[in-house]
Design a protein. Structure first.
Length: 95
């Protein structure tokens, strides 16, 4: 899927425990919310796909995937954006 630079933003994700989501080894492995600072492994490219759909790309260039289309772990080990690598972005306002 071709994506323009205008559709890509750098983001970090903070979990309810106050720690940042990390793609272990920069990608290719699982995602964990266990880091106290934002670094390269805690930085993702948020790719807007349209219709409130997004994909996340880890620092190794691979995409975050919800294994089995959800219900299992998140991993950053996919080379292309497909259904399992597509997420709905829900804006919560100032929560």
């Amino acid at each position: 899927m071709a994506v323009s630079r205008a559709q890509i933003a750098k983001v970090a994700l903070r979990a309810a425990n106050g720690q940042y989501v990390c793609a272990e080894s920069g990608g290719g492995r699982e995602l964990l919310a266990n880091r106290n600072q934002i670094g390269v492994w805690e930085t993702f490219e948020l790719i807007e796909l349209g219709n409130k759909k997004v994909a996340l790309r880890a620092s190794n260039g691979q995409y975050v995937c919800a294994e089995s289309a959800g219900g299992r772990e998140l991993v950053a080990n996919r080379d292309q954006i497909g259904r399992w690598e597509t997420f709905e972005l829900i804006e919560l306002g100032n929560h």
